[in-house]
Design a protein. Structure first.
Length: 327
């Protein structure tokens, strides 16, 4: 499955199957995504201890049967760790604490992070006889709750093999090893910027359809079965926009951030993608108009120029508390 040339060797004594006494995992970050992943691992028979600085997040995890810790230091030394954090900066603050105590073997980072951060964390883990694998996920809280996420995985063949028990439990085997350390971050950011581009394009197209007096649900269904169809027309548009709910749970500000990070990844290798730059401008306009706490599915309405067919009835009443990136 992994054709990536090794960029470092994993210690030979790492747990390979998550069995027996090694079937212990710390989940750091118990928001919508992390809390659901912790519950999934608990149901799958893992001994899970969750940590989040938020007492409310810990309480929700406890209600799902997950043991919790009040300090990050309390879960250091757990053989496996899953991270579901708001940003690369938080990853950089978290991993060294987990590695301070002997016993931490595998750190699987599902955060939408940055490749340079993953490279630095993988090097730090290797120095302590552990492995760090970047595996940002897609599939939303519903996928996390059912073990049906997809993941973009970056790491050496040995590192990925060590993390496979966690990947299998969280994705049902639906993960793609896309390259060496940091590659998962690159592909996740590209996935998100493609989604963001499509959302704006669909918003403009549906605005035109509405201006012609067409039923947008019918148009979306027709397009979804043709060459212009996408996950946006088939799922996001009818589920969260045309329904008027705008409650995907993913913040507009987070998608705008990811679009910017995708351009940073492009610039790091000398690429100057003009269409993706236009996407960035569109999301900055949406951010200014709706605010960072709005649901990301409100962005298509900000691309409309002829109608208000895609707009929430009361934009000020729409918000999300998501702190994790799960697109």
């Amino acid at each position: 499955m992994d054709t990536t040339p090794p960029d470092g060797a994993a210690p030979a004594d790492l747990p390979s199957d998550g069995s027996g006494a090694e079937r212990r995992v710390a989940v750091v970050g118990l928001g919508a995504m992390g809390g659901a992943m912790a519950a999934t691992l608990h149901r799958a028979g893992w001994a899970v201890t969750g940590y989040d600085p938020s007492p409310d997040a810990r309480a929700r995890a406890a209600d799902a049967g997950v043991a919790t810790a009040e300090r990050l230091e309390d879960v250091a030394g757990t053989p496996f760790a899953v991270l579901s954090l708001p940003s690369a900066r938080v990853v950089e603050q978290t991993v060294p604490v987990l590695l301070e105590r002997e016993g931490t073997r595998v750190v699987l980072d599902t955060t939408t992070s940055e490749p340079a951060t993953s490279e630095a964390m993988a090097a730090a883990a290797r120095e302590r006889g552990a492995v760090f694998v970047d595996a940002p996920v897609s599939g939303g809280a519903s996928g996390a709750a059912t073990g049906a996420l997809s993941a973009f995985v970056g790491g050496t063949a040995d590192d990925v093999r060590a993390a496979e028990p966690l990947l299998a439990a969280l994705t049902g085997g639906q993960y793609a090893v896309v390259g060496g350390t940091g590659a998962g971050n690159v592909v996740k950011l590209l996935n998100n910027v493609l989604c963001a581009t499509n959302l704006i394009a669909v918003g403009e197209a549906m605005d035109v359809a509405a201006a012609h007096g067409l039923d947008l649900a019918t148009v979306a269904q027709a397009v979804s079965g043709a060459s212009g169809g996408s996950a946006v027309t088939a799922n996001a548009l009818p589920r969260w926009v045309l329904s008027g709910t705008f409650d995907s749970g993913f913040a507009l500000g987070l998608m705008a951030r990811d679009v910017g990070l995708a351009l940073d990844v492009a610039a790091a290798r000398g690429a100057k993608p003009s269409l993706l730059a236009a996407t960035h401008d569109a999301w900055q306009r949406a951010l200014a108009e709706r605010g960072p706490a709005a649901d990301f599915t409100e962005a298509p309405a900000t691309a409309a120029t002829a109608t208000t067919a895609l707009a929430p009835a009361d934009p000020t009443a729409r918000s999300t508390t998501s702190s994790e990136d799960d697109r």
